[in-house]
Design a protein around this ligand. Structure first.
Ligand code: GAP
Length: 514
């Protein structure tokens, strides 16, 4: 675990050093849980968004996109349930004055017990070697059984308290489990209170005429309230989807793990409207399609798992998360939810406008059911970054830091490097840049020795380096170096476009989704 922590720290500092992610407002000592994307980060982020957007709107002829405003009528958040129920239970430690999520403190306690069990199992596996039977060991070992019983009892008590929204019980669990504040080390806790995660601000210039509005905590509601507009103007027939990418804001109490949990972040959401009764089939279909989208990136099929929800929100009849193995464990990157007709019905009720679809095949009207796929851009960015980062030991004893980014997502696709800064090589290199730049993000670099320049491009994940040398002037060939294998081949300048395009183009990635 400590080793994983070290790797994660290195990734965070690499992200800063190479212009991917900066802490927000850094010269003013930063703003907690808010980050800025730098010159390479914004390109990687845009490429992720483009991959998602095209996979939705180009590959499905029944999905269209919108871009709704961040500010929306405040009643929308009443209708959606966010005003009353978008809360986290918080607790303060009176000595350190630090604020925690009560549920997170208890979940961490459960994780500690699970860790103890995992250590016992690992120790035994080492002792018994190939003959080790893990299932049997877990079912018979006294220490493991004792810890497992403790974990299950705590989990059950915690789940019940959360289901019943019993804040006193949550506090009592923290007291009974003797959970201490990591800063002060004391157990001097306040009561547990509900804390609404929405940011509120005022719209309008006069005190009397102003109205409280919220920064949207999800983009989905912008889709629901435009359902009729899009359905009518696009003459959409069910089943159809509406996709949107945009900022969302949540006043997270515990904002940690770099860009994993932020107060301002970006979502890519798609609401797929279906006939009532057909939603579970579509839910399964979207689970399959979304996992395929992730796996096509080649980050490692074993890094994904579904986490099906046992406890469902009252309006959902199926829900799952796609989790990705980050350096700090498997974590949710995307949620897929079958949300029934809850949201559209609520908006119908609160707005007084009829929100229905006339199904010509059934010759009847109904409020459509919805399958939602919701993925965090920043979490996707983090999973791509973490799984691409490698400190590679080279045969000559050196180490190179390389980002094995999926080529279509890389911020820079190719770098053109004159071997020396004289003899007409820079001019020839510039000519190549001027040709390639219309199709690919192309860098020109002439400073430092060629090896150093290769390393810099490896560190930002550039798939190809093109070196211009004296032979280039004679026969119009260059060396093309591939990032991962570091193989170099002599190729004609005239062939560069095709060679690069085959590897880096987004359509080549999208074709894998067929
Ligand atoms: N409309 C459904 C919805 O918003 P959610 O599970 O709350 O569902 C969807 O959020 C996705 O948004 C998550 O899977 C995650 O990737 C991302 N997300 C949520 N909160 C986030 C935060 N504070 N920072 C970064 N990403 C976040």
């Amino acid at each position: 675990m400590a080793q994983q922590d070290d790797v994660f720290k290195k990734i965070v500092s690499h992200a800063k050093e190479y212009g991917f992610v900066f802490p927000s407002s850094e010269i003013y000592d930063g703003l907690s849980a808010v980050y800025d994307y730098g010159q390479n980060g914004v390109e990687l982020k845009n490429n992720i968004k483009r991959y998602w957007w095209d996979s939705m709107t180009l590959l499905h002829d029944n999905i269209v996109g919108i871009d709704s405003a961040i500010f929306m009528h405040p009643t929308i958040w009443k209708a959606s349930g966010h005003v009353d129920a978008f809360n986290d239970p918080l607790i303060d430690n009176k000595d350190s004055k630090k604020r925690y999520r009560a549920d997170v403190l208890i979940e961490e306690q459960i994780a500690k017990i699970e860790d103890k069990i995992a250590k016992e199992v690992a120790k035994a596996a080492k002792r018994f070697g190939d003959s080790f039977d893990e299932a049997q060991f877990r079912a018979t070992n006294g220490r493991v059984l004792e810890q497992q019983a403790k974990r299950d009892a705590l989990h059950e008590r915690y789940s019940k308290a959360m289901n019943d929204n019993n804040l006193e019980e949550l506090r009592q669990i923290i007291i009974d489990e003797e959970i201490a504040c990591p800063i002060s080390g004391t157990r001097n806790w306040t009561e547990v209170r509900q804390f609404n995660l929405m940011f509120k601000t005022e719209m309008g210039s006069t005190a009397d005429g102003s109205m409280s509005v919220y920064l949207r905590p999800e983009t989905a509601q912008g889709i629901f309230v435009n359902y009729l507009n899009v359905q009518k103007t696009g003459r959409m027939r069910i089943p159809f989807g509406i996709a949107q990418i945009g900022k969302a804001f949540r006043n997270e109490i515990v904002a940690r793990q770099f860009i994993f949990r932020m107060r301002e972040f970006e979502q890519m959401e798609m609401q797929f409207f279906v006939r009532p009764g057909e939603e579970i089939g579509w839910f399964k279909q979207w689970k399959e399609w979304r996992l395929k989208w992730h796996k096509a990136l080649g980050l490692g099929d074993n890094k994904y798992r579904f986490h099906d929800h046992e406890k469902l929100a009252h309006y959902a009849n199926a829900a799952t998360d796609i989790e990705f193995e980050m350096p700090f464990g498997f974590k949710e990157v995307e949620g897929i939810h079958s949300r029934t007709n809850f949201d559209l019905s609520q908006h119908q009720k609160f707005s007084g406008k009829k929100i229905e679809y006339f199904d010509p095949e059934l010759n009847q009207s109904y409020t459509p059911y919805v399958i939602e796929t919701s993925i965090g851009v920043d979490r996707m960015f983090l999973s791509v970054l973490c799984s691409s980062y490698e400190e590679e030991a080279l045969p000559n004893g050196e180490t190179r830091v390389v980002l094995h980014l999926p080529a279509p997502l890389a911020p820079v696709k190719c770098a053109v490097l004159p071997l020396v800064r004289k003899d007409g090589l820079p001019e020839k290199a510039r000519e190549i840049v001027d040709d390639l730049k219309f199709d690919f993000a192309t860098h020109y670099e002439e400073k430092d020795a060629i090896g150093k320049r290769y390393r810099r491009q490896d560190a930002i994940g550039t798939p190809f380096c093109i070196t211009v040398d004296h032979q280039t002037l004679e026969d119009n060939t260059v060396t093309l170096r591939e990032r991962d294998s570091m193989q170099q081949e002599r190729v004609a300048i005239a062939d560069l476009h095709k060679l690069i395009h085959d590897k880096v183009s987004l359509p080549s990635l999208l074709r894998k989704l067929k």
